[in-house]
Design a protein. Sequence first.
Length: 422
Amino acid sequence: MSQLKEKDKQYIWHPFNQMKGADIIPIVKGEGVYVFDEDGNKYIDAFSSWWVNIHGHSHPYLAKALYEQAMQLEHVAFGGFTNAKAVDLSERLIELLPDNFTKLFFSDNGSTSTEVALKMTMQYHYNRSDEKQLFIALEDGYHGDTFGSMCVTARGGFNEPFEKHMFDVAYIPAPTVENIEAVLSQVNDLVANNNVAGFIFEPLVQGAGGMLMHDANALSQVIALCQENGVVCIADEVMTGFGRTGKMFACEYLSVQPDIVCISKGITGGFMAIGITAVSQPIYDAFYSDNAKHTFLHGHSYTGNALACALGVANLELFEQEKTMEQVARVSNTLASFVADYEQHPGVRNVRHLGAILAIELETEGASSYFNTKGKEAYKHFLTKGIILRPLGNVLVIIPPYCISDEELKYIHKEILAYLDK
Ligand SMILES: Cc1ncc(COP(=O)(O)O)c(C=O)c1O
């Protein structure tokens, strides 16, 4: 065992890993779509390091922006102070987000961006002295690992040990062309009690649930019905944001905009953690008051960190300079050209594609699930082929940095087909 590996084993507890039997790979370098291990083996990062990487690893433009900001101002507390990069990033994001979003609240990661959205929703109703309490969420959804975000995540598996401490949530199926009438009727029944505070959803693609995809028009109808009944609608774009679905934000596919949108992962191009909760003016206005109790008393020490914000600005500059959305369209077309091969393959149960996301659900005994071990075996196999494909249960997912070449995508496709034919 290498020294790095040995010391890692001695000192570190890794996320989402059963440490008993865990095999942690030390990575010493990243460049473009590749990461390199200690022995010089290179791997295509086909899962964008948990869906965060946008332009490739250690991109020099982002590295320079980080260095320059560090030499100028690394951090100043955000409660009472601001910094130029936070303002610049906010101005750019407000420009990019759908028109109804007017204010941004900063936090630390995807989970805190949704946690903030949930707390804001609860306090929005509290500040207006109404009693709404229940949340609606989609079945198979995932919104993070802080307590509130865990409560609105699908039950079972991830959060079972905590269930008796969790608040009540009503789950509805992800809306599709086929089920929309039934879903609308279920939502109608729920809102009839005038008790529903919020509706949270991953727009169009439910990531951790297995890259499950639903219909934009059907989702718009559910949002509209909720809003007619005073329900705050929260789009969790933590995974879908920054081009993953083929548009900058998945909400651009919707005809009705939510009241709150949560973004994270891709904001800094994959360099640093940051979370942002964007709100519409009526949400902000419910907190804007002479009554001190109406203040949103939530914040983290590193909120609005100048280094992360500088990276956020540089990331958006790169989107323009490198015409990143054109790269997304190219990646999307190449992925689309693979779909028929999987549809015809007996080893594949279902294939789903949208934008720069391709999900290949493997045939397996019983229902598909995050805990299906088929993916673990596939993960190990693809490592030997120089590809990091981190499956979600029995679902293989290609969700690469957009700088990936067509040749590299075709190599991944070829290796997946070879694996299926084994
Ligand atoms: C839709 C969605 N929301 C929230 C999160 C949580 O983000 P983080 O891991 O940065 O806390 C994730 C992470 O995968 C996600 O996919």
